[in-house]
Design a protein around this ligand. Structure first.
Ligand SMILES: [Zn+2]
Length: 433
């Protein structure tokens, strides 16, 4: 498969291709989008200043608010006649962010999504059950188009209707599952309730999970529960949708670098950090026509690795996304990501991966509570066991995250389930006076 070969390009070839494409993208942005021209002029840079890949650092950042300020089509670099698809993020506050694709952009998107599927060698024999939401969200159609282009049989299940989805997965013999990791767990939970045998009744061999951060522990739980290979599909609509990066057989999240240049910055100062240091991921698109993105701040916290991966791919990889800088909680001065709490929980026997973090204020101090559902078996062991378990989790949180969290163990199936992206944090501090 020739597309797969693109992941193994020589670094020398890759870097010269990146530079050529970067210069084209910067010119496109500067000459066709007044917003970029103004920002570049304010920063005192012009397209001619981009002579090497390092010169990228001279360009200003782009943030989500810039898309909102230019709502709906202000950042497009082509006239609307050339736009063949519009997607949009769910705007929980204010205007949503709108993204557009030319026919060429759709081909690029399909290519990177095919390369994502090839991480688990998806082919025409596969039956792809796609439970990402269809519609303005990029997940549904992004996974759909590429699976169809590969010749696989696509089942456009979309979100919700859990019991019906299970029936279809079993009856149609789905081999590939595409959804959020939290929905994969929800499907497994309902399947058990309905009396399915997860290994015998289903033919799944791999799943493509994304659209929300998941800890290594949670990924392992999903993979083991279903008995499948877990492939992470990382992306964001502002960049292209899913298809920015995907995990190889060694669990490394490779970025499709011939289309996207990643950088890691200090989220406070904006300074570019050396490889191996943790910070905010910034991405520049190299091949997008309709919506070129220059140094887009993703808010996702991770680390870049350039050392060779045993899979042989030459494109670099990033570490598991630790969380979004937006989701980071500061509890009595200590930084906490929900994914770190999740990692602790998923390593302890007797707990389910269903949890909620509740932050409150008591006097001047922040108070953090973690509500976790225990599994049925444990409930039968009585209050003594629960008390011991509670202490153990609190100790683990203190040792691993350096926070004093209070743990509340709740009965199975009492916390709200998500049909799409999971809501893990309830911050009540702003409500207090
Ligand atoms: Zn690899």
């Amino acid at each position: 498969m020739s597309l797969k070969k693109k992941d193994y390009i020589s670094r020398e070839k890759l870097e010269s291709l990146q530079l050529k494409r970067l210069r084209e993208t910067v010119e496109r942005a500067y000459y066709l989008v007044p917003f970029y021209r103004k920002k570049f002029e304010e920063a005192g840079v012009s397209p001619e200043d981009i002579q090497t890949l390092e010169d990228l650092q001279r360009l200003p950042f782009t943030v989500k608010q810039d898309l909102r300020d230019n709502y709906p089509f202000g950042l497009f670099a082509v006239p609307l006649e050339q736009i063949v698809r519009i997607h949009s993020s769910s705007g929980t506050t204010g205007k949503p962010t709108v993204v557009g694709y030319t026919d060429h952009d759709m081909k690029v998107w399909q290519e990177v999504m095919i390369r994502t599927y090839l991480m688990a060698d998806v082919n025409e024999k596969d039956i792809v059950h796609n439970a990402y939401g269809y519609g303005l969200f990029t997940g549904g159609l992004g996974f759909h188009d590429a699976a169809q282009a590969l010749g696989a049989t696509v089942v456009p299940a979309s979100g919700g209707f859990t019991k019906r989805q299970l029936m279809l997965m079993k009856d149609f013999g789905a081999t590939i599952l595409c959804c959020t990791p939290s929905f994969a767990l929800h499907l497994a939970e309902v399947a058990k309730e309905e009396g399915y045998d997860l290994q015998k009744d289903f033919k799944l061999r791999a799943g493509f999970f994304g659209a929300e951060p998941a800890s290594e522990g949670l990924k392992k739980t999903v993979a083991e529960t279903w008995g499948i290979r877990y492939v992470e599909a990382y992306g964001l609509s502002e960049i292209i949708g899913p298809g920015v990066a995907a995990t190889c057989e060694h669990g490394h999240l490779h970025i499709f670098e011939d289309h996207f240049i990643p950088e890691i910055i200090d989220p406070q100062t904006g300074e570019v950090l050396p490889d191996g240091e943790e910070g905010e991921l910034v991405i520049t698109t190299l091949t997008k026509q309709a919506l070129p993105m220059i140094r887009y701040r993703t808010k996702d916290i991770t680390v870049i690795h350039r050392e060779p991966c045993p899979c042989g791919r030459t494109i670099l990889y990033i570490e598991n996304i630790k969380g979004r800088s937006d989701d980071m909680l500061i509890v009595n001065g200590v930084n906490v990501f929900p994914s770190q709490v999740e990692h602790v929980i998923t390593r302890i026997e007797g707990l389910t991966p269903n949890y909620v973090i509740v932050v409150d204020k008591k006097g001047v101090l922040d108070k953090l509570e973690v509500w976790i559902e225990v599994d049925e078996k444990l409930l039968k062991d009585g209050p003594g066991t629960l008390e011991t378990l509670k202490k153990k989790i609190e100790e683990d949180m203190l040792n691993n995250l350096f926070i004093n969290a209070k743990v509340k163990l709740v009965e199975p199936k009492t916390l709200e389930r998500s049909m799409g992206k999971a809501k893990r944090v309830v911050d009540r501090r702003e409500l207090n006076i």
